[in-house]
Structure formats: structure tokens, C-alpha cells
Unconditional design. Structure first.
Length: 270
């Protein structure tokens, strides 16, 4: 009799409506993110056994629609408008650079970059050389891994292979121990160099599909024959002709959506 009374007085184990603990809110934006449902951490939830919690977690995941990534997500077309690092190199002239990025399966970006330079350095940029001028065209190809940071922002990490075809010219002051100093004009055409680089890109949407961002570049020069009496000082698209070089490009880009992310309702398992 006493045992029956104890069983009657024992509080009944609470039952749970899983719909109270599952939220499947999905946001569809240019940068598609899925809200990860958060289970209610109430006292009632804490009374669940470990097995019941695992089942509830599984039910939570199964309640979300399946995300189907498009092969071609969007196309970005950008113009680089400044390089603060090279801006301190005492130069003037014209520089034009643009790139296009094709986003594949939402997280991979294939990138192609093209540029042209016609710049002149003052005497402080190249010792014993006056009117040093470099003219050339270059390209870079590569790819990035895209990491969403916020709803309208992303971080990309990747690499490029670059090639430049350029020419340089100037007036060198030659000093000698036996003969008097003298000046010699030089002009070299059809120079070529290649390199590889590691890139980190950050971008954010500032208005609709208009993006603003920057790309930091760490470059390593490949095979380059620089055995000249007056060495090549600058390579178009690469920077100063050292073993390594750094760059920081600021850019504006326009995103063109191609294929949206689709969601497919999951079929409940019996």
C-alpha cells in the first residue's frame, strides 16, 4: 500500500512536443546562411536522458530543408583602385587593374586578374638611376576558398600564378675608380617574369550587390634572369624585383547573381 502511494506521489515524467524545440528558419540572401536551431536549455530539457537528447538533436537536423548548392553561384567584376603599400614608392603614372571572380558551389571562387602599368620613379626609388620608367601588362590566375563571416561579408583565402611582360628604361650614372663618372641611357624590351602568390581577400556588401574590400598579397618571384649591368628594379604586376614582395589592393566589385541556392524538403524516415 505504501509503495502504491509513493508511486502516485512521484511526479510524472514530462513529455515534450518536439516542435517547441525545433526552429527551421532559413534566410535567403546574396550570401546564403542557415540559422542553426538552438535547443531550449530549460529545466525540462535538462531532465531528458542522453539518448533522448541525441534523438532530439537528430530530429532538429532532420527538420531543416536540404541545401542544394548551385554549380555557378554568381559572378563578381571588380576594379582595383589603390595599393597603399606601393603608394610609398615615390612613383607617378598610370595603373589600371581589374579582375573577375566566378563563385562555384557557393564556397569556391575561380579568379582571373588583368592589369597594365606605365609608371615613372624619381631618383630616390632607384639609386644612381634617373627617369626610371616601367611599362607592361600582366595577368594572374588562381582560386580562393570562400568563408562566410557575416550575412553580407566573407573572407577568401587562396593563391595565384602571375606573369608579366614589360619593358624598362632610364639613365644610369656609372662610377669608376680609374675613369671619370659617366651616364648611359638604357632601354630593355620584351622582359618577362613569373611568380606565385598567397592572397587573403575580405569583402562586404555596402549597397545591394555593390561590394567593397581589399586583397593582401604575398608574392614569391620565380625564375627571372636579372644579370644586367643596370639590374631591373621593378616588375609590372609584381613590384620591386626582390625575391619576395607584398601588395595591398583596395577594390570595388559588382556581384551578378547567376543561380540561387535551392532547398529541398527532407522526406521523413519511417
Amino acid at each position: 500500500m505504501a509503495q502504491e502511494l509513493e508511486e502516485e506521489n512521484e511526479p510524472a515524467k514530462p513529455t515534450f512536443d518536439r516542435s517547441l524545440y525545433i526552429r527551421d528558419t532559413v534566410r535567403t540572401t546574396p550570401m546564403v546562411l542557415i540559422d542553426i536551431p538552438i535547443l531550449d536549455r530549460s529545466d525540462e530539457f535538462k531532465t531528458l536522458s542522453r539518448k533522448e537528447r541525441r534523438e532530439l538533436e537528430k530530429a532538429k537536423k532532420d527538420s531543416l530543408p536540404k541545401k542544394i548548392l548551385p554549380p555557378l553561384s554568381n559572378l563578381e567584376i571588380a576594379v582595383n583602385y589603390s595599393d597603399p603599400i606601393e603608394g610609398f614608392s615615390s612613383r607617378n603614372g598610370l595603373m589600371a587593374e581589374a579582375w573577375a571572380g566566378l563563385t562555384l558551389f557557393e564556397y569556391f571562387v575561380a579568379v582571373a586578374e588583368f592589369g597594365s602599368q606605365d609608371i615613372t620613379f624619381n631618383g630616390s626609388a632607384y639609386k644612381n638611376v634617373d627617369n626610371y620608367q616601367v611599362t607592361g601588362q600582366y595577368y594572374r590566375f588562381g582560386g580562393d576558398l570562400k568563408i562566410p563571416v557575416k550575412q553580407n561579408s566573407s573572407l577568401r583565402i587562396g593563391g595565384r600564378i602571375g606573369n608579366s611582360t614589360f619593358s624598362d628604361s632610364g639613365t644610369a650614372r656609372i662610377t669608376g675608380e680609374i675613369f671619370d663618372d659617366y651616364e648611359v641611357d638604357f632601354a630593355r624590351n620584351n622582359l618577362s617574369a613569373n611568380w606565385w602568390e598567397v592572397d587573403i581577400t575580405s569583402e562586404t556588401a555596402i549597397w545591394k550587390n555593390l561590394l567593397m574590400g581589399f586583397t593582401f598579397r604575398y608574392r614569391v618571384l620565380g625564375d627571372f634572369d636579372n644579370n644586367y649591368e643596370v639590374p631591373v628594379r621593378y616588375i609590372s604586376g609584381y613590384g620591386f624585383a626582390n625575391g619576395t614582395s607584398m601588395g595591398l589592393d583596395l577594390f570595388l566589385a559588382w556581384r551578378i547573381p547567376i543561380m540561387p541556392v535551392r532547398y529541398k524538403e527532407r522526406i521523413p524516415k519511417n
